[in-house]
Write a protein that binds this ligand. Structure first.
Ligand SMILES: [Zn+2]
Length: 251
């Protein structure tokens, strides 16, 4: 029975009995891995605080064949993202990013490495970015792409025409934007300004280091948040608790 080693980020944890915890990781090589950290809730646990949420490090875990739950043997902490944890809003958004990764079914193992690096990069950026919600939108759109759900933003998703006019419609069900002629094909499609469309395309295309160059208006923020949250709800079929928490904070 093999011990596996891989880079990992803690994306969830919950208690198991009095002494233990089940830790959910996102790993470079195996995607999502759940493993028990034995004795972690004891005061003198050898794990200490190394397995807190967002922590990134080198994981060694004992893999039980044909099981969903494995055993944490070692976790060498590399980055604890303390600048994220020191700030309430950044922590709330960090919780949202990891919950989104946890809740989304990924299309295949090939995407794992890219998802890991995207999440790691997002947490690093979250530690210092000014427009935190814009980072969340950029992460959503890039993560959806890696997960196999990239929204079609360049042309109408049904007739492939280019867009005309100031408004287009976004359809979560059809997976992208509809032109004025096709908007009737999905009664649940919502209108969105061309400016917000363009911003979404930029967020899809450029890495997070470009975020300070983008200027998002209140309208852009509202529209992107609305269409992307609908798109995510459609694909995850779950309500994300951290998302509701952020909405209630209104940050
Ligand atoms: Zn069309």
């Amino acid at each position: 029975m093999p011990t596996q080693k891989t880079q990992a980020i803690v994306i969830r944890s919950h208690p198991l009995g009095e002494m233990h915890k089940i830790i959910r990781f996102y790993t470079v090589e195996f995607g999502k891995v759940s493993a028990v950290a034995h004795g972690i809730r004891r005061p003198k646990s050898r794990f200490g605080g190394s397995l807190e949420l967002f922590n990134c490090g080198n994981l060694a875990f004992f893999e039980y064949p044909n099981k969903d739950l494995h055993r944490v043997d070692d976790f060498e902490l590399v980055n604890d993202f303390d600048a994220v944890k020191a700030d309430f809003d950044r922590t709330a958004y960090g919780c949202y990013l990891v919950e989104l990764v946890d809740a989304t079914e990924l299309a295949g193992q090939l995407a794992d490495q890219s998802v890991f690096h995207l999440l790691q990069y997002a947490l690093e950026t979250l530690a210092q970015v000014e427009d935190i919600p814009l980072l969340a939108r950029a992460f959503e759109i890039q993560f959806l792409g890696l997960a196999g759900y990239a929204p079609q933003l360049s042309r109408c998703v049904t007739c492939a025409e280019n867009f005309h006019g100031r408004m287009v419609h976004f359809s979560p069900r059809l997976g992208g934007l509809l032109c004025a002629d096709c908007e009737g094909q999905d009664a649940t499609a919502r209108s969105i300004s061309r400016g917000s469309c363009e911003l979404m395309k930029q967020l899809q295309k450029f890495d997070f280091s470009y975020l300070p160059r983008f200027r998002a208006s209140n309208l852009n923020h509202r529209e992107l948040k609305f269409v992307l949250s609908n798109f995510i709800s459609y694909h995850t079929e779950r309500t994300l608790k951290s998302r509701e928490f952020i909405d209630n904070l209104n940050v």
